[in-house]
Design a protein around this ligand. Structure first.
Ligand code: FEO
Length: 395
């Protein structure tokens, strides 16, 4: 991706990673790839805001060279330590060794523990400013959105917020702005990003957005570190974040199961019919063949989840176990969870699923249904009734 001017003398100099399909240690599938965005402000002093993932360092430097020689960079703002944004920092600093890096105290500590370099580092906190010439930049600490070191950079003269990971999308595209891409794909990726990375941090995000609103700073453009820049209607993504952070849901149930010989799947389908009969939206996933990232995205807007597994060695099956391990970490407060599954001579899957999720913040009022071997007609009717009862509980 070549450098482009997003505002007078402010350039997007980041890179597109078209081929990445797994992120965060295979916890997130990035079917549409991603981008690592960095921004260059040209003024009396030159400032680079964030870098990119290490393997793309040369492309970043080549993009900067399209605008100025990299040795002219005076400041590098490190909004976030994580490797997808700081990986190219050592290469950048080789070009401008006298540049000062600015970031939070946690950022200073984190960068040292990543790269073991004694760079000139200035710790900044909320309200601090950096004067570049005609423009100035200010900083807003944003701890746990989504690392302790995270920070937003704001340019008051352009009402431009550069919030690093917040408001991002893993969305590789040759376009740079929200109004130039398919809106459904954009919001799908923004929601997926929130659900899979930020969901457990809803309370922190809500507080931070409210803090921004109290500061009453105008925001005309949001330039995140992944995906496209929000310029058409930045309020749209802010409102979506507010809704997600508040845990707003709809009358929707996501059923996720794993089956050994098909009995648990029969139960799943009947439970889904019971949910549907009450007018609730339902999504059904066999987790052994489904994309976990997509399933979690669907769960974000659901009021209830129903998890099923056949019993194997007195436990749940391995794919649902791996999935529930992720769900546990999401801390889906305010949601209802039900359970079901078929067993042979001894049960155990439901108890193990409940044990895994007992501290996740969701409610187990709906309990569960389990049957021996293949469910007969009456037992399938009980599955239908369970789905129906579960759906009623949510209303
Ligand atoms: Fe937290 Fe995009 O890294």
């Amino acid at each position: 991706m070549a450098a482009i001017e997003i505002l007078p003398n402010i350039y997007s100099v980041g890179v597109v990673d078209w081929n990445v399909r797994n992120f965060h240690g295979h916890t997130y599938t990035t079917q549409r790839g991603t981008s690592y965005n960095a921004y260059l402000v040209i003024d009396e002093n030159v400032c680079l805001i964030d870098t990119v993932y290490g393997p793309f360092a040369q492309e970043l430097i080549d993009n900067i060279k399209e605008i100025i020689p990299p040795e002219k960079i005076d400041y590098v703002i490190a909004n976030h330590v994580e490797a997808d944004h700081s990986g190219a920092l050592p290469s950048v600093m080789q070009h401008c060794p006298k540049a000062k890096i600015l970031g939070t105290l946690k950022c200073k500590e984190g960068l040292y523990k990543h790269y073991y370099k004694d760079w000139d580092f200035q710790v900044v906190k909320t309200g601090d400013e950096l004067k570049l010439g005609k423009r100035r930049l200010s900083f807003i600490e944003a701890p746990m959105i989504h690392w302790p070191d995270s920070m937003f950079t704001y340019c008051p003269s352009d009402s431009l917020l550069m919030p690093n990971d917040a408001f991002g999308q893993h969305f590789a595209t040759s376009e740079r702005f929200d109004d130039r891409v398919d809106q459904c794909a954009l919001m799908d990726e923004a929601e997926k990003y929130y659900a899979n990375i930020l969901w457990p941090l809803g309370a922190v995000i809500l507080k931070k957005i409210q803090e921004l609103q109290k500061l009453n700073i105008p925001i005309k453009m949001i330039a995140p570190s992944h995906g496209v820049i929000w310029r058409k209607d930045p309020g749209k993504i802010i409102n979506s974040y507010l809704s997600w952070a508040k845990g707003e849901t709809k009358d929707k149930v996501v059923i996720v199961y794993e089956t050994m010989w098909g009995a648990t799947e029969k139960m799943a389908r009947k439970i889904a019919s019971g949910v549907e009969a009450e007018g609730s939206e339902v999504k059904l996933y066999d987790i052994a063949t489904s994309d976990r990232t997509e399933v979690i995205t669907q769960m974000l807007s659901a009021k209830g989840f129903i998890f099923g597994s056949s019993t194997h060695d007195n436990d749940m099956l391995p794919n649902i176990a791996a999935f529930l391990e992720i769900v546990k970490g999401l801390k889906p407060k305010g949601r209802q969870i039900g359970f079901f599954g078929s067993y042979g001579w001894a049960g155990g899957a439901i108890a193990e699923m409940q044990e895994m999720l007992k501290n996740c913040g969701a409610d187990f009022t709906a309990a569960g249904v389990s049957f021996k071997y293949l469910p007969d007609k009456t037992e399938l009717e009980d599955c239908f009734k369970f789905g129906s009862k579960f759906s009623k509980l949510l209303k």
